[in-house]
Every structure is written in C-alpha cells, then in structure tokens.
Ligand binder design. Sequence first.
Ligand SMILES: [Zn+2]
Length: 188
Amino acid sequence: MFDAHCHFRTGDCIFRTGELLPQNISKDYDVGLVRSSEIGLDRRFSSVLSMDRQVEILKEILQYAENNGIAVTLHCVRETGLMLEILGKMNFEPLTVMWHGFTGSAETAARLHGLGVIVSLGLKMSDRVAELYRANPYIVLETDYEGCDFNEYTRELEAHYERCAAALKMSVNELEKRCRELTNAFKN
Ligand SMILES: [Zn+2]
C-alpha cells in the first residue's frame, strides 16, 4: 500500500531520512540531501539551533530545491505562521511540496491549498480527515513509521486507509490511487 511519508524502506512509500532536520543537521550540511531528507522548522529544538538559523537554512535549501525541480517534504513543529510566510514567498510548482505530519487547522490547510501544497496526515489524524479534505483536497496519508516490523507497519497503514476512506466516503482503492497521483512529483 502507498505511504506518503515513512522512514522504513518498503518500496511503496516516499522514503525520507531526517538528516537535514534542525536537530540533526551537521555544520557542513549538503543541500543536495533534500532529495532524500525531510526539512523544516522545529521550535522544540530552538536551543540546539536558533530559529533564525533554522529559517536561514530552510530558505537556502528550499531555494535549491525550487531551482532544481526537487519535490520537498516539510516538517514543521510550532512554527506554522513562519512556515506559511516562507512558502508564500517561494514559487514551487503545485504538488511539489508536501507538509508531512500535518496537525494544523482547516484554515491553514486551506492556505496551503492556495499555495499548491500537499497536506499529509499521520495515523492519529483520521478523525479530522473529512474536515481537512474540505479545506484542502490535496490530502494524502502517511505512517511516518520509524520501526522495522513489516507486519506492524502494514497493519497500521491499512487501518489508517480504512478509517480515512470511511470518513471520506471513498473506497480504499480510490483513496490510495488519489494519494499516489497527488504525489507523482515525488517519484524519482
Ligand atoms: Zn518523518
């Protein structure tokens, strides 16, 4: 089954590492890693890397990705306003940026739709999928799975699809096909 964001190499997911995340990034980071790593802002780690520096790095990497036509997976914790402001100034093609692990408001989801940004929902978000889908039909599903138990992984992913498909009054197949098509730019 298709998974829009995970850290477990299953073959049918958009695999990302965390190498460029604020808490992990090295001093001599390589912007080219944006092909395989999620990037973003994380207020929890502002003592490790100041928010000013996080913003500076994010802008640099986003600009590189935009210039090189690389589809980007975003991570954002407690800096929604700042992230929206930065994205608003970029010129990404629609459906080439994904906000993974989205837990924000319908209003934010709607603004992201205006920017052509995909909103990816994790396992705890199935009760909000219908509300967010109305605000932004560019909704996809993810596990963000970091373990290595294939059975557990498959169970969680299937259950996620079943709950969300029921809430959206779609079939699981239809929903999976949609998630796959919306993220076409992420296949490389
Ligand atoms: Zn992740």
